[in-house]
Design a protein around this ligand. Structure first.
Ligand SMILES: Cc1cc2nc3c(=O)[nH]c(=O)nc-3n(C[C@H](O)[C@H](O)[C@H](O)COP(=O)(O)O)c2cc1C
Length: 342
């Protein structure tokens, strides 16, 4: 038995150097530097999404990191989206990771792909890598690469949703003996408490942090999150080629959420699939950027997860984190015999 000094002090919070085991997940296009900094400043962990920082919010990557540093000296993390889309993208990601390490970032969340090269480089610099896993096979690849923990992305998540519930995914992944972070469906202290009671070491929230004063997303987008019910969240195949959670709006109804016959055919062959996904990405990345920056809110193309159910107001990050910090999980003692060594 390990005894935690406080209910939320565990292996993950110690690795990340934070006081509350909460991550503001990386979000294209919503991760603006002020949001990342405010989360870390409040005692949780803000994660930089490099494409959002540079392409959407217009910063040179190093300057953006320094700007965040000017707002907080607390730890921040970086999202390494390592899908092998092109040689040029891979080289850019290698360079971003180098710059992040030079600027003192030591916590990385890898998504897609096999994170072996990220782990090797980050561990050599004394850092930590957690990998996004929606199912066991992706977790196994990450474990082979010797990641330090897993972000368990469940079927209620914003962004690319998984297939399993938080409980099912916990059961699928807990045998690996690594800290597990619950991503998806968390927006209230009760959700947070439930995840900790299930055995998760922390939570990653996205949607909750969009409806904050520090997020630069437009007010109509934030208000749509506040107004949406869980049943307003739909999964679309037409954003990246794999299901992405969106708020059902008139624009989404016009666009449709299912691949058409031609797209389905394209998505079947290996080479065609790559081409189709590139087409989807190019179109949707530009539109999502427009939708998050266009202050009129006329482009209602908005990502959000089912955690909208618990979001009733646009609030500051500090207010949200203060409310979550009152949570007292039941399990203050964690049995390390079961493979979990918090
Ligand atoms: C608008 C939006 C964009 C996202 N973009 C990314 C991304 O670029 N990389 C990533 O790893 N996860 C991304 N995610 C997933 C989040 O980091 C997080 O895991 C997820 O939002 C958790 O579910 P929740 O929205 O119910 O809190 C995104 C989520 C949202 C809502």
């Amino acid at each position: 038995m390990n005894i935690r000094s406080t209910p939320t002090d565990n292996r993950f919070s110690r690795q990340a150097g934070i006081t509350l085991p909460i991550i503001c997940g990386p979000m294209y296009p919503c991760s603006n530097p002020e949001l990342v900094a405010a989360t870390s400043e409040a005692g949780a962990l803000g994660i930089v999404q490099p494409i959002s920082l540079t392409y959407v919010h217009g910063y040179d990557f190093r300057e953006g990191l320094r700007y965040i540093r000017s707002l907080t000296d607390k730890p921040i993390g970086m999202n390494a989206l390592i899908e092998q889309s092109s040689k040029r993208y891979h080289e850019r990601m290698v360079r971003w990771i180098e710059i992040a390490l030079e600027e003192g970032v030591r916590f990385f969340i890898s998504s897609m792909g096999k994170p072996d090269w990220v782990v090797k480089r980050v561990h050599a610099a004394g850092g930590i890598v957690y990998h996004d896993a929606t199912e066991r096979k992706w977790a196994e690849k990450a474990i082979e690469a010797e990641v330090d923990g897993l972000i368990a992305v469940n079927n209620r998540a914003g962004g690319h949703a998984g297939n399993e519930s938080a409980q099912e995914l916990y059961e699928t992944l807990q045998g690996f003996g690594l800290p597990l972070i619950c991503a998806g469906g968390i927006s209230t202290p009760t959700d947070f408490q439930q995840a900790l009671n299930q055995g998760y070491s922390g939570v990653q929230m996205g949607t909750r942090f969009i409806a904050t004063t520090e997020c630069n997303a437009t007010t109509p987008y934030k208000q749509a999150i506040v107004d949406a019910k869980e049943s307003d969240i739909v999964l679309s195949d037409r954003v990246t080629g794999t299901p992405v959670s969106l708020i059902r709006t008139p624009y989404i109804d016009r666009l449709g959420i299912k691949a058409n016959i031609f797209e389905k055919w394209m998505l079947r062959g290996q080479k065609r699939k790559y081409l189709m996904r590139t087409i989807y990405l190019l179109k949707s990345m530009w539109k999502l950027k427009q939708a998050v920056l266009d202050k009129t809110g006329s482009l209602d193309y908005w990502q959000a997860g089912k955690s909208v159910a618990g979001i009733n107001a646009i609030e500051s990050v500090g207010t949200i984190i203060a409310r979550f910090s009152k949570v007292k999980p039941q399990q203050e003692f964690v049995d390390s015999k079961n493979g979990r060594k918090d």
